[in-house]
Write a protein that binds this ligand. Structure first.
Ligand code: 7TS
Length: 414
């Protein structure tokens, strides 16, 4: 259990909540209980204002103009890169590539590292609990190269089998790509141990950190991974911006992916030379406003403190788990000992979509469906689950609102 001293006092949460305009909304006549944070978290005023300030006062294209606005936009964009570097403790800003999100980050790795390193018969190892973003790019790569996808099994709790993982690693394994935290089950992988096993064998490592970055401090150097991917919109920033961290020694050996402006040094019809890191992987005008918003989210998170966030969310997870288990017929899917602050569940005899619809009528926002993790649903022999996922601003009162709404929904739908 979490020591009381590290929990965020209730007054603190109220002060944090007041900074999120969307949390003050009413939905269908009820106070909004926003419990779909694993999909996208809400944005604090500091993020919204930073984007508005950029758009009002500094908007221009980056890396091109000598004029003042272009220089300001460039400084803001590159300043955001510096903030990301510090946030995940990368060794250099050359290792921080701005992308659209986790999905694009993984596709970038598959299309550069994957396409140049894989031979027919080589193997890529993922796990059973991956989001589709960490499955489909590798399947496409397998089709293109003749490589083979190998999948590490999970158990009934949703824990990835470490021994089976070790047994799968062999001379043909070229890439390991694993979620740090499962979006469908909440399982937290001891990712450092998984990475170490692969690194010892000279295998490239990719981590899908989409669900980890908002909840715990990430140190990519301590983890020792080659790549780490995440999305701005799950960490209180805007959509359309995300990050691929790549270890410089690996990135420097990769060919470009997309071609166009910004990623070149010189172009002629005979020969094009490419820009240095990280711009070599950022073709075209980037999402400048998005990067500014992400930078503001990082500043804001640093002010709140990742340890404080982790403690508060662990407390919410324990409380929600206990409260949900009092509901007859409710089963929690995903019971790993180390879980992030989300709970997937089913209720006997009721389809999750029907539950979600009735909960929405009560102002409670949860996710229902396969969560872009269809193999997980297949493993548990379910079409879908309902999922409540918590952020730093959620409260016990909202969990009570969920509990009451669920109880009413079950009475209505049974
Ligand atoms: N990986 C994981 C573990 C995720 O949870 C998600 C998004 C992605 C990758 C893809 O991120 P994107 O920003 O590129 O879309 N997960 C969810 C979810 O759980 N509900 O909606 C999106």
């Amino acid at each position: 259990m979490i020591a009381l001293a590290t929990e965020v006092p209730p007054g603190d949460v109220e002060r944090l909540r007041a900074q999120f305009p969307a949390l003050c909304r009413r939905v269908n006549g009820h106070l909004l209980a926003y419990l779909d944070n694993a999909a996208s978290a809400q944005q604090p005023a500091a993020v919204i204002d930073a984007i508005a300030d950029y758009s009002r006062n500094h908007h221009s294209n980056v890396h091109r103009g000598v004029h003042t606005l272009s220089q300001e936009a460039t400084a803001l964009y590159e300043g955001a890169r510096g903030k990301v570097r510090g946030f995940i403790n990368a060794a250099s800003e050359r290792e921080i590539i701005f992308v659209r999100g986790t999905t694009e980050a993984i596709n970038l790795v598959a299309n550069t590292l994957g396409r140049t390193r894989l031979q027919p018969g080589d193997e890529i190892v993922i796990s059973w609990l991956e989001h589709h973003a960490n499955i489909v790019p590798w399947q496409l790569l397998c089709e293109q190269t003749g490589a083979r996808l190998r999948v590490v099994p999970i158990d009934r709790r949703g824990v990835v089998d470490f021994d089976a993982y070790r047994a799968l690693l062999g001379p043909r394994t070229k890439i390991v790509s694993l979620a740090h935290v499962s979006n469908a089950l909440g399982t937290v992988l001891p990712i450092g141990e998984f990475i170490a096993e692969a690194r010892d064998r000279g295998i490239a490592t990719v981590v899908d950190g989409a669900q980890a970055v908002p909840h715990q401090r990430i140190d990519v150097q301590a983890l020792g991974c080659d790549f780490y991917a995440f999305s701005g919109h799950k960490m209180y920033g805007p959509t359309g911006i995300g990050v691929l961290y790549g270890r410089e020694a690996v990135l420097a050996t990769l060919p470009p992916w997309q071609g166009g402006g910004d990623m070149i040094l010189t172009v002629s019809f005979e020969r094009t030379t490419y820009n240095s890191l990280p711009w070599r992987f950022e073709a075209g005008t980037p999402n400048i406003a998005g990067a500014v918003g992400l930078g503001a989210a990082i500043d804001w998170l640093a002010e709140v403190g990742m340890e404080r966030i982790a403690a508060h969310e662990a407390e919410l997870l324990a409380y929600a788990t206990a409260r949900l288990l009092t509901i007859p017929g409710l089963t929690i899917i995903g019971t790993a000992p180390d879980k992030a602050s989300l709970v997937s569940f089913t209720v006997d005899g009721i389809h999750p979509h029907d539950l979600g619809t009735v909960l929405d009528a009560e102002g409670v926002a949860v996710r229902t469906g396969h969560h872009c993790a269809m193999p997980v649903m297949e493993f548990f022999d379910l079409p879908a689950t309902a999922r409540t996922s918590f952020a730093l601003y959620n409260t016990r009162a909202e969990i009570e609102q969920l509990h009451a709404a669920l109880t009413r929904a079950i009475g209505m739908l049974r």
